[in-house]
Design a binder for this molecule. Structure first.
Ligand SMILES: [Zn+2]
Length: 103
């Protein structure tokens, strides 16, 4: 599948951060033009949607930022300071883990 790279990135990043997350949202793909990623939660169900229109072809830094931003919503639903700090923390951890590797 053309967009497998997005799924691979998501799974890899979720794996790196899993001990820091209360749960791992399911991944969905869309072809929306208006966002890179979005987060959805209702009761026990949650998902992160990545847009194939805006996230593909992959820009590594942009995709890591997007996935970390959305995963941080599993902890903080809003866009407050805590969410920003957590996203930055996640990005640093992921980049440290992925250093020297090829996805
Ligand atoms: Zn957000």
């Amino acid at each position: 599948m053309k967009y497998q790279i997005l799924i691979t990135y998501y799974n890899k990043i979720a794996e790196i951060l899993k001990d820091r997350l209360p749960f791992i949202p399911a991944l969905q793909l869309s072809n929306a033009k208006t966002y890179y990623g979005s987060y959805w939660k209702k009761g026990d169900r949650s998902s992160i949607t990545l847009s194939t229109k805006t996230c593909y072809p992959v820009d590594h830094d942009e995709l890591v930022d997007t996935v970390c931003h959305e995963l941080a919503h599993a902890i903080f639903c809003n866009h407050g300071k805590s969410h920003t700090t957590t996203t930055e923390h996640f990005v640093n951890i992921v980049n440290e883990n992925l250093k020297g590797t090829i996805i």
